[in-house]
Design a protein around this ligand. Structure first.
Ligand code: KG4
Ligand code: ZN
Length: 340
């Protein structure tokens, strides 16, 4: 990367995490994330509560990010923010804040696509982590998204597969809800899956053509299965929870890996990068490692704090766009359904 001395502030507020990060060239100096615990009581993100919490969090979070980085706002060269996709009310908070601050400081504003952020997080300079070479395949898996993207260059990417209904994180969370687990259920299912038999129960995988995914049928299959089994044995869930979790996780991983295999075969690309909250899953990490042996893949998993929603990934995209002089107009609007 070019030898320069650039400080950029990244702001992320697309869903239920308020985050701010300062990047110095390609190195992250701070990445502050305020999670919104309030949604746990509702078993999912409540949009109106999310945008209110962003309003409360944004000033202290940005302030902390600058302090941790050891710089003042006057030292910033540009401000990057998540323009979309995401929840409109949440995006509006980050967008308006970024605009006002950049305008006040008289520095450029850079709009960032959240999904590109998840992918380009791999280009943060971080000891012990390799950057994928172009072209590579990126699979973004979280509570809000499930995509396979062919990445030719930083800003030359094509979505080649995506979910036609629920995201994979929702498949974990909604299955967990059926089992009476807390929200989000992904980490708990992961923990229990390690103690259970993944082949104890079988759930049919959805039949979706091409590289697209579908997870809503799986959730319904699990619901009917649990209803049937608890009718016969009211203690079925508690007696078999680890096996149920292991079987659900095994099915979900199978769906993801099948499509990745297909994408790799069709494109001839063997460099595979993943991102998004679900990439924390130990089973998916193991399945990717196995893919290195079985299919000759080289896999890339970013540092954990850059996989879930965070502003460091927005800051790195801001830096890459800054180098290209790709700035936003002042009338740029948040866009809930922004495409890659
Ligand atoms: O990226 P993220 O923090 O937020 C967005 O949804 O954008 O992802 C959160 C999702 C939740 O659905 C959560 O259940 C899932 O990631 N998750 C996991 C694990 N850790 C987080 N799913 C499976 N296994 C995990 N270890
Ligand atoms: Zn995300």
């Amino acid at each position: 990367m070019a030898e320069q001395n650039i400080f950029i502030l990244g702001i992320e507020s697309s869903c239920d995490d308020t985050s701010a990060s300062v990047i110095h060239n390609g190195t992250i100096l701070s990445n502050v994330v305020a999670n919104q615990k309030i949604h746990e009581a509702y078993g999912g993100v409540v949009p109106e509560l999310a945008s209110r919490a962003h309003q409360q969090n944004i000033v202290p979070v940005v302030d902390q990010a600058l302090k941790k980085a050891g710089i003042t706002k006057e030292q910033l060269h540009a401000i990057a923010f998540t323009r979309g996709p995401g929840l409109m009310g949440s995006l509006l908070v980050g967008t308006s804040f970024a605009k006002s601050l950049a305008y006040g400081l008289n520095i450029p504003l850079i709009d960032v696509n959240h999904m590109q952020g998840h992918i380009l997080a791999h280009f943060i300079d971080e000891k012990g982590y390799n950057k994928p070479p172009f072209p590579f395949l990126a699979m973004t898996i979280s509570g809000g998204h499930t995509q396979i993207v062919r990445v030719e260059h930083y800003f030359d990417m094509t979505v080649i597969g995506e979910t036609i209904d629920d995201a994979v994180g929702e498949a974990f969370d909604k299955s967990g809800k059926i089992l009476g687990l807390g929200y989000p259920a992904g980490p708990e299912i992961d923990k229990r899956a390690k103690l259970g038999n993944p082949k104890a129960y079988t759930f049919t995988k959805p039949r979706v053509t091409g590289l697209n995914f579908s997870f809503s049928g799986l959730k319904t299959a699990i619901l009917y299965f649990i209803q049937k089994e608890t009718k016969a044995n009211p203690n079925f869930i508690e007696e078999n929870l680890n096996d149920i979790c292991a079987s659900i996780q095994y099915t979900i991983i199978g769906i993801l890996i099948d499509k990745l295999k297909k994408a790799s075969k069709e494109t001839g690309i063997k460099h595979i990068a993943i991102g998004g909250g679900v990439s924390a899953n130990s089973g998916i990490r193991q399945a990717l490692k196995d893919g290195e042996q079985k299919f000759g893949w080289t896999t890339y998993i970013p540092k954990f704090e850059y996989t879930t929603d965070n502003a460091a990934m927005i800051a790195i995209v801001g830096y890459l766009k800054y180098l290209e002089g790709d700035f936003a107009e002042w009338d740029v609007m948040a866009s809930a359904r922004l495409k890659i």
